[in-house]
Design a protein around this ligand. Sequence first.
Ligand SMILES: NC(=O)c1ccc[n+]([C@@H]2O[C@H](COP(=O)([O-])OP(=O)(O)OC[C@H]3O[C@@H](n4cnc5c(N)ncnc54)[C@H](O)[C@@H]3O)[C@@H](O)[C@H]2O)c1
Ligand SMILES: [Zn+2]
Length: 361
Amino acid sequence: MEKIVSVRLSNERSCGVHIGASLKGLGRALARFAAGRRALVVAPGPVARRYAPAVLKGLNAAGFEAELLTIPDGERHKNLGTVAKIYKAALAARLDRKSVVVALGGGVTGDVVGFAAATYLRGVPVAQVPTTLLAMVDASIGGKTGVDLPEGKNLVGAFWQPALVWMDLSVLKSLPDREWRTGAAEVVKYGLIADRRLLEIMRSETLDSLRRKPALLAEVVTRAAACKARVVSADERETKGLREILNLGHTFGHALETATGYSSYTHGEAVAVGMCAAARLGARLRTFKGSEVAAVDDLVRRWGLPARARRPVSRAKVLAAMARDKKGASRFVVPFGWSKAEVVEGVPLPMVEDVLSEVGM
Ligand SMILES: NC(=O)c1ccc[n+]([C@@H]2O[C@H](COP(=O)([O-])OP(=O)(O)OC[C@H]3O[C@@H](n4cnc5c(N)ncnc54)[C@H](O)[C@@H]3O)[C@@H](O)[C@H]2O)c1
Ligand SMILES: [Zn+2]
């Protein structure tokens, strides 16, 4: 059963997030949006091989002239070189502003293809078709697009809201375990900041059990997507500080990723350690109980995620990364009891260092 979560945007616009849709059905849905009948589907190799045929078939059946561009896979290709490849393919396919670009893949694909769509001819419609759990619950919703520079991640980008977000949950069957877990970390985050039922589900299921329960998986993705959609609707361009709540565990997590050179932890693994750190900060600030901290550790481990750094990491590097973080090293999102979180400013450095020690950072 398909569910639709609506992201309300400024100027009476909105974006439908379709959960439980079929890849083949995308063509028919897009035919209602796009004024033209040309489409470019962009996907990384492993995703293109498995899933592009169904998307192309649906587009063709709906009257589109659709081309496929396969891009190199992985974060190291989330760059301007790949954007140039997409422009080239768009020109070759004679896309105009009535055409549509389809981003089929994980968050890397969504970001780089979304950015190319935002800038090609000053903007053509894009459909986000996320195929990782992380992209479904997070990256595909909200309109942030961009690429990395050699100097750092996500340094170039644009806000470009998709025409629609289209999720076929059956594609998760081929998702490697580690990618499932990294997405699960973000789901746990939504449970901790906003959704009690989601938290309960994550506390009672495991990766194996969830994979065997398609209806429950649909509920999990729908709830997580709805959390993201609510926050985006309230603060579309991240100007009001409301989106900041989504950063629970991320100040610590980004610091761990940066200090280890993005090679040892997936994003979700780093965020898991970060959430355990944020829980400890909550305990010190008396917004979270000691028993709740232990429960967060258990929850993270239940999903095969680390609750503390696996190996010693340079404290100097961690602190330097936190200081460079947009939020600074004294501003943190902290849990306030279950399923609620707030930003706390002016956290003293010794308290931050104590928390870092407790999670092995
Ligand atoms: N725009 C945003 O708001 C936002 C939010 C969060 C993260 N992001 C970005 O998302 C990126 C991470 O996304 P990700 O975790 O999805 O990584 P990813 O896109 O690199 O995908 C992970 C791997 O899984 C493969 N894959 C994808 N779908 C598959 C499937 N169904 N079956 C088998 N393999 C599959 C991919 O080819 C890739 O090798 C980062 O670049 C991050 O900056 C963006
Ligand atoms: Zn994240």
